[in-house]
Design a protein around this ligand. Structure first.
Ligand SMILES: Cc1cc2nc3c(=O)[nH]c(=O)nc-3n(C[C@H](O)[C@H](O)[C@H](O)COP(=O)(O)OP(=O)(O)OC[C@H]3O[C@@H](n4cnc5c(N)ncnc54)[C@H](O)[C@@H]3O)c2cc1C
Length: 302
């Protein structure tokens, strides 16, 4: 079989690109060696956010684009992405109030926002945001972002791509591909051979392996792999809002309601050598517990 586009990888990038390309009338084959969203795209923090913390790195354009996409996603996939309020307690000695206010003002205004309420200061010593917190926290800020069912969003993209004519093959690995003239010849697991005018390498953390080994394209570029671990704890506070907690290493850690009875806490940010077997270590669990215990009335223990 011959296609315009062969997409390697069935995470959010591969599925989204397949949908987009099929929607433009291209013939598309997507191959995923495991299942859709089996890797990074089902292990995210499940947020659709502009990335408030990237403002500190002056990434205004990146944040503006992400905020605009957030609005689009709410419109086209409102059953999978939903608005949430995020509370940032103010902690003397960490980011000053004026800096948080400035950041949130930019966050509110960098892109058109018609579906979500803006940010404002809140009291943390009274409901609804006092739940779970130490009484010493009195002031904070609340702003809007979205939560998402990350794995279902991948599947929804793949289904829509298929409805637009794309072929989606799970349990199918791209073993090798070589270019011959204007066409790529690819060998897939199961003894299947296909041709494609172009290949999209959407292999996530395996992007370099696919580029160098499977596509035979040597490159000196190093890919910096990091793992970010989450832990799931029995519900730490009442309410559907999330918390964005400042840590003393200048990072932030999220507490997000998880299912009905749990709270998702994350993440860490640890360099790893290889993408396989990424698991949370005891040190990471300790780090996350320490980060939330600074704020929680009832501390959690690893
Ligand atoms: C801890 C953490 C939290 C995050 N939180 C958020 C968040 O809240 N919001 C957000 O928007 N983003 C978040 N991200 C980022 C987001 O999750 C990733 O950017 C995204 O999931 C990457 O998707 P992907 O499709 O590129 O890769 P993946 O989802 O990893 O998909 C790559 C796929 O390629 C397949 N593959 C590899 N080699 C082959 C081959 N030879 N043949 C066939 N298939 C192959 C793999 O099996 C895999 O399924 C987070 C990331 C991390 C690590």
């Amino acid at each position: 079989m011959s296609y315009d586009l062969l997409v390697i990888g069935g995470g959010i990038n591969g599925a989204g690109i397949a949908r987009d390309a099929a929607g433009r009338g291209l013939s598309v084959l997507l191959v995923e060696r495991g299942d859709l969203a089996a890797a990074t795209s089902s292990a995210s923090s499940k947020l659709i956010h502009g990335g408030l913390r990237y403002l500190e790195q002056f990434e205004f354009r990146l944040v503006a684009e992400a905020l605009a996409e957030r609005e689009i996603l709410l419109r086209i996939a409102g059953h999978l992405a939903w608005p949430a309020r995020f509370v940032m307690p103010h902690l003397p000695g960490l980011r000053p109030r004026w800096a948080i206010r400035l950041g949130l003002f930019l966050y509110d205004h960098l892109a058109r926002r018609s579906l979500l309420p803006g940010s404002h200061a809140v009291r943390l010593d009274a409901p609804p945001y006092s739940s779970g917190l130490k009484t010493q926290f009195r002031h904070g800020f609340v702003y809007s972002d979205c939560r998402v069912d990350d794995a279902r969003l991948v599947v929804a993209n793949a289904v829509d791509a298929a409805e637009r004519g794309a072929r989606i093959l799970v349990g199918t690995e791209c073993l090798l591909a070589r270019r011959d003239g204007v066409l790529w010849h690819a060998a897939l697991s199961g003894g299947v051979e296909v041709r494609a005018r172009a290949i999209v390498n959407a292999a996530g953390p395996w992007v370099k392996d696919v580029l160098n080994q499977r596509l035979g394209q040597p490159s000196r570029d190093a890919v910096r792999l990091v793992k970010g671990s989450h832990i799931v704890l029995p519900r730490l506070y009442a309410g559907e809002h999330a918390f964005i907690l400042q840590n003393d290493d200048r990072r932030v850690v999220f507490m997000i309601p998880w299912e009905e009875h749990f709270t998702l806490v994350g993440t860490t940010d640890i360099p790893v050598a290889a993408p396989d077997h990424a698991e949370a270590t005891q040190d990471e669990v300790d780090y996350l517990c320490r980060a939330v215990n600074r704020y929680l009335e009832r501390p959690v223990a690893p």
